[in-house]
Design a protein around this ligand. Structure first.
Ligand SMILES: Cc1cc2nc3c(=O)[nH]c(=O)nc-3n(C[C@H](O)[C@H](O)[C@H](O)COP(=O)(O)O)c2cc1C
Length: 373
């Protein structure tokens, strides 16, 4: 058996293999409700053999959504359509994860494929357009084209912390197996962590300990609301890629603190602030995962331009990560996990990986061609 196909236990959850789908915003929800688009988008990854499918950044409060078309779990009515997705993933062999998020000063952004708020009145009605003033650690814009946020006071912080807790409880009711706290990509929790965005002079700003305070309070609160037998992930931007910004060394300290509060795995991404200068290329974030995994002695997921089965296998063999997360390559090939198993193992076992509705037919196709191509 390949390392990629080997099971991975975390608390009482056993992932059937190491290939997972990273959260991907779809900008297709209405008033925070997921729908058939999300069911099909996410469901196909279960059919394609991934062990864990993580639902996109989901707002814990309405103003925490990145766009008006992002999903939420701030009200009970939002549970049922999420549960429909969870049930489908479970029925088809995948565990279900959800990324709980607050976008902070990057909230109320335009849909990325539109680039600006250019909706006509008819489109606004059809798309359930909403527009609001974001909140953030400090009243500073992300970049010139973004809205000026209001700085959060103690009441605002408590509301968001409570929002994470309530959303975690709703995620439990929906049947999710994993919560991932989004503290990456320049969104709210990352805005607290990074000196690039946090200009506070109270106990939530200044020193590293102060900047970590709110994200760690959220992690602690979510952990206590989330069942002890279920794993909790945190996604981090392991470096800002900005001189004077958040560093890998900071990430190791943060990961240790998260671990002490019951976070089980760090999903190692990077960047998210204006002015970042990453060296983007194949596997470019894997060294970040390796550094956090070794430095904080905590399981990690590597992500970012991982596209082939041999790459995934070597990352696991090197001990650079415990899980391999794919986003764009999973869009490219939703059956990537099954295809990867074939590449690495090349055995008849691959047919068992397909849903029964497809496996026998694909085997017949391969036999008719004299072998798998
Ligand atoms: C369409 C799209 C939507 C994304 N949405 C999210 C998201 O909701 N939360 C998040 O943490 N990252 C998000 N990302 C980042 C991915 O999870 C992933 O980290 C990134 O795309 C790098 O992995 P890849 O090279 O396999 O695509 C998104 C990426 C894409 C392409």
């Amino acid at each position: 058996m390949s390392l990629l196909s080997s099971p991975f236990p975390l608390r009482d959850l056993v992932l059937k293999n190491r290939a997972i789908v990273a959260p991907m915003c779809q900008y297709s929800a209405r008033h925070g409700f997921v729908n058939d688009w999300h069911l099909v988008h996410l469901g196909r990854f279960a059919l394609g053999g991934f062990s864990l499918v993580i639902v996109e950044a989901t707002g814990v409060t309405p103003e925490g959504r990145i766009t008006y078309a992002c999903p939420g779990l701030w009200e009970d009515a939002q549970i049922a359509p999420m549960k429909r997705i969870v049930d489908f993933l479970h029925a088809n062999g995948a565990a279900a994860g959800i990324q709980l998020a607050h976008a902070g000063r990057k909230a109320s952004s335009p849909l990325p494929w539109r680039g600006s708020f250019n909706e006509t009145d008819a489109e606004k009605a059809a798309l359930a357009f909403e527009d609001w003033t974001p909140v953030a650690p400090s009243a500073e814009r992300h970049a010139a084209s973004y809205k000026l946020p209001e700085a959060l006071d103690a009441v605002g912080l408590a509301r968001i912390r409570d929002g994470f807790v309530a959303a975690a409880r709703r995620a439990e009711t929906a049947g999710f197996d994993v919560i991932e706290i989004h503290s990456a990509h320049g969104y709210l929790l990352n805005q607290f962590l990074s000196p690039v965005a946090n200009r506070r002079t109270d106990s939530y700003g200044g020193s590293l300990a102060n900047r970590m305070r709110f994200p760690l309070e959220v992690a602690e609160a979510v952990r206590s609301a989330w069942p002890a037998d279920k794993p909790l992930f945190a996604r981090i931007s392991a470096t800002d890629w900005i001189d004077g910004g958040w560093t890998v060394e900071d990430s190791i300290i943060y990961a240790k603190e998260l671990k002490a509060r019951g976070v089980d795995l760090i999903h190692c991404s990077s960047g998210g602030f204006d002015g970042a200068k990453p060296q983007v290329g194949a596997l470019y974030q894997v060294p970040l995962s390796a550094a956090v995994r070794r430095g904080a002695e905590i399981p990690t997921a590597a992500v970012g331009l991982i596209t082939t089965a041999p790459q995934a296998e070597s990352i696991l063999a090197a001990g650079d990560a415990d899980l391999i997360a794919l986003a764009r390559q999973a869009l490219e090939d939703p059956n990537w996990a099954i295809h990867a198993q074939h590449v690495l193992e090349g055995s008849d076992a691959v047919y068992a990986g397909w849903p029964q509705q497809a496996g026998y037919a694909i085997r017949n196709k391969d036999r008719a061609l004299g072998g798998r191509t």
